[in-house]
Design a protein around this ligand. Structure first.
Ligand SMILES: Nc1ncnc2c1ncn2[C@@H]1O[C@H](COP(=O)(O)OP(=O)(O)O)[C@@H](O)[C@H]1O
Ligand SMILES: [Mg+2]
Length: 314
C-alpha cells in the first residue's frame, strides 16, 4: 500500500477535498489520509510514499521532519530543501537568467539590525547606501515587500523617496526588496502542478478580496500560450510541484510578479468553485502519479533545472 498524506494547518476545504478525491478514484494500492506526524527519529522512514506539505512555512518543526522523511524516500510536495533555499529575490534573478520578464528589483538591508548584531557587524555594508542609484534604477511608483513573504503582508505601494523612507522605517528587521510597479492592463494568477499542469486564472488584485477571481481580461490566444510557457519555465527551473505564478501584463509584456507560493491559496471560498474543482482534481491525479512512481528508499523529490544543472556541473 502506498500512502499519500496531506500535512496542513488551519485550512480545511482543500485538504479534506483532496483526501476524498484521491480515495474516490479507487486506485488499487493507493490510499490518502490527513498525515499524522508523531515521534521523529533521525533517518527513520515516514509511513508515506507521498506527503503534500501545506504548512511547513509556518511550522519549522514540520520542515525538518519533512527533510527527514525525504531522505528515506518520501516524495515530499514541495521539495523541502529547495523551499528552504529560495526566496523572492533570488527567484527574480533566476527568472532573468531563464528569460522570463520580471520588474526591476533591488534587495535592501533590514532597516533595523538583526538581534545580537551591532554596527560593527555591518562593516562591509556601504553607508549610506546609494539611494539615488537605487531609486533611479527602480523608479516610482514602486512596491516594497519582504524578500521572503506571502499573504500580502508588509506590501507597500510607494510614490516617492519620502514615501519610501517613511515606509522603510516601519519594516523593523524584515529584509525588504524595492520593485518597479507594473501598471498593468491585465493580471493573472496561475496554478502550476507537477511542472506540467497549468490553470491560468483571470484575476484583479485591485478588487476587494471576494471579487478578485471574478475578473475577465481580453487577451489573445497567443498571449495565453506565452503565459503558460512562462509558468512552466519558471516552475521547471525552480522545481516546484505545486506553486502559483502571478503575471501582470503591461504594454503586451507579461511580467512575473509573485511566483514563490509553494503552499498556494486553494480555499474554496477564495478561488471559487471552478478553480477549486480544477486544483482538487489535478492535485489528486498528480499525487497518485507520484505515489505510483515512488521507489522505496530512493530520492523521490523533484529537483528543478537550476539545481540539476549545478549538480551536473553545467
Ligand atoms: N511590482 C508590482 N507591480 C504591480 N503590482 C504589484 C507588484 N508587486 C506586488 N504587486 C501587487 O501586490 C500584491 C501582493 O504582492 P505579492 O508580491 O504577490 O506579495 P505576497 O507574496 O505577499 O502575495 C500582488 O498580488 C499585486 O497585486
Ligand atoms: Mg501574492
Amino acid at each position: 500500500m502506498k500512502k499519500i498524506g496531506i500535512l496542513f494547518g488551519q485550512e480545511r476545504s482543500f485538504p479534506n477535498a483532496l483526501v476524498e478525491r484521491i480515495n474516490a478514484k479507487n486506485v488499487k494500492g493507493i490510499q490518502a489520509e490527513p498525515a499524522t506526524i508523531d515521534k521523529v527519529i533521525q533517518a527513520a522512514p515516514a509511513d508515506y510514499a507521498v506527503l503534500i506539505d501545506r504548512i511547513s512555512q509556518d511550522v519549522p518543526f514540520y520542515r525538518a521532519a519533512l527533510k527527514n522523511a525525504a531522505i528515506s524516500g518520501t516524495a515530499v510536495i514541495n521539495n523541502p530543501f529547495w523551499w528552504s533555499a529560495d526566496e523572492k529575490f533570488f527567484n527574480n534573478a533566476l527568472a532573468e537568467k531563464i528569460g522570463v520578464p520580471v520588474p526591476k528589483t533591488v534587495l535592501l538591508p533590514s532597516k533595523e539590525q538583526p538581534d545580537d548584531t551591532t554596527a560593527e557587524s555591518f562593516s562591509n555594508l556601504a553607508f549610506p547606501l546609494d539611494w539615488e542609484g537605487i531609486f533611479s534604477y527602480v523608479g516610482f511608483p514602486a512596491f516594497m515587500k519582504p524578500y521572503a513573504g506571502g499573504g500580502w503582508k508588509n506590501v507597500y505601494k510607494l510614490d516617492s523617496a519620502d514615501d519610501f523612507f517613511r515606509a522603510y522605517s516601519e519594516t523593523g528587521q524584515l529584509v525588504m526588496m524595492l520593485q518597479e510597479a507594473i501598471d498593468f492592463e491585465s493580471y493573472f494568477r496561475c496554478y502550476c502542478i507537477g511542472g506540467k499542469y497549468v490553470r491560468i486564472m483571470h484575476y484583479e488584485p485591485r478588487n476587494p478580496h471576494h471579487l478578485r477571481y471574478a475578473a475577465q481580461h481580453n487577451v489573445s490566444a497567443e498571449m495565453m500560450k506565452t503565459l503558460e510557457e512562462y509558468v512552466l519555465r519558471l516552475n521547471q527551473a525552480l522545481g516546484y510541484d505545486f506553486n502559483t505564478v502571478e503575471l501582470a501584463i503591461r504594454d503586451g509584456i507579461p511580467y512575473a510578479i509573485d511566483f514563490c507560493n509553494p503552499a498556494p491559496d486553494a480555499d474554496l471560498n477564495s478561488v471559487g468553485k471552478d478553480n477549486f474543482e480544477w486544483v482538487v482534481e489535478t492535485m489528486a491525479t498528480y499525487a497518485i502519479e507520484r505515489a505510483q512512481a515512488h521507489k522505496d528508499g530512493k530520492d523521490n523529490l523533484t529537483w528543478g533545472s537550476f539545481i540539476r544543472n549545478a549538480a551536473a556541473g553545467q
